[in-house]
Write a protein that binds this ligand. Structure first.
Ligand SMILES: Nc1ncnc2c1ncn2[C@@H]1O[C@H](COP(=O)(O)OP(=O)(O)OP(=O)(O)O)[C@@H](O)[C@H]1O
Length: 307
């Protein structure tokens, strides 16, 4: 028999629980949703990365939080920029809070990636802005923004601008002490709550601690700050740049062109089966990460929908 919670309960007695915990619903009410989970392919289940070789492996589902970790200068922001362009090709929407870079620079990098060239012509640039208008939103703020304000910006982007994705680049710019693990844990918990409440998928950028060098990819245990961050989020990705190969090229040493220039590592995917690594090559002119050592730029703006 279906059970429900009557409305005459004094919910204030549960005030120390989050609003979310009070949504106690009986299993029977989910029957249609679970049927849909298996059988309804009409609803988007999330968006994918822009590359063929990650298709079917990784999905960015509504209501989740993904941590993008990596060493300084290893390409996290570029990869996320390319991802944002890829979202437009999937008819999705994204708000970017790039607190370390002016919107014009972030968008110029995306525009290079979109057209696969170092200097798109003015008509192409205007076409890019037509295509991305009201699909890519920029939070126009650089420097430190308080954690409270950032939570408000996320809710605003989700509810008023109807954004499906939110990129926060980066966690270090939200006014939290590097050693204040409690504040970091609370902030990430609040981000997870915003995501669950609104359906927004939040992409959170964090830095990895350097070991003896940068020549091997960091793991999820190397994310700077509280260990609770990786526990709380749904997905943990690491973006690693093969600097040893770059050094070998520069110094005329041994290297194989078959070794990738960058590697994406998925260490955790709560609602998906795949964990593993995928290699990419970097085309400096277009700033695109591509799937083959030919480094031929890909057509980023071709419509691409979820299978
Ligand atoms: N695999 C690569 N090969 C060559 N150059 C790269 C590669 N990846 C990134 N770069 C270069 O590194 C620069 C920094 O990239 P990006 O800003 O995306 O790094 P980041 O990880 O976001 O850095 P930070 O942690 O400092 O914010 C880019 O301008 C790009 O030219």
């Amino acid at each position: 028999m279906a059970s429900f919670i009557p409305d005459d309960i004094d919910f204030s007695a549960y005030a120390d629980l989050t609003e979310h915990d009070q949504r106690v619903i009986s299993s029977g009410e989910y029957a249609d949703d679970v049927v849909g989970y298996f059988w309804d392919d009409s609803k988007p289940r999330g968006e994918a990365l822009p590359w063929d070789r990650t298709d079917g492996k990784l999905l960015f589902r509504p209501g989740e939080v993904t941590l993008w970790a990596g060493y300084n200068g290893h390409g996290k922001s570029l990869a996320l920029g390319q991802f944002a362009v890829g979202l437009v090709a999937q008819a999705s929407t994204c708000c970017v809070a790039s607190l370390e870079m002016k919107p014009v620079v972030t968008l110029a990098r995306m525009c290079r990636q979109a057209f696969g060239t170092s200097k798109p012509d003015p008509d192409s640039i205007r076409m890019f802005h037509q295509l991305t208008d009201r699909r890519i939103w920029m939070y126009d703020q650089q420097g430190t923004v308080s954690a409270d304000k950032m939570i408000g910006v996320m809710r605003y982007a989700a509810t008023v601008k109807q954004c499906a994705h939110f990129v926060l680049d980066s966690l270090t710019k939200c006014g939290l002490g590097e050693d204040d693990y409690t504040a970091q844990k609370i902030f990430v918990d609040r981000i997870c709550t915003v995501a669950r409440d609104t359906g927004l998928h939040v992409h959170l950028v964090a830095h990895s601690r350097k070991g003896k060098d940068e020549n091997s990819p960091p793991g999820k245990m190397d994310v700077k700050g509280s260990g609770a961050i990786t526990d709380q989020v749904d997905n943990v990705l690491t973006w690693w740049r093969n600097k040893a190969k770059e050094d070998a090229i520069r110094k005329g040493g041994d290297f194989s062109e078959l070794d990738p220039d960058a590697v994406l590592i998925c260490d955790k995917q709560r609602n998906g089966d795949w964990e593993g690594r995928v290699g990419f090559w970097f085309d400096p002119a277009s700033m695109q990460f591509v799937e083959t050592s030919s480094r031929a730029p890909m057509n980023m703006l071709q419509p691409r929908f979820q299978p």
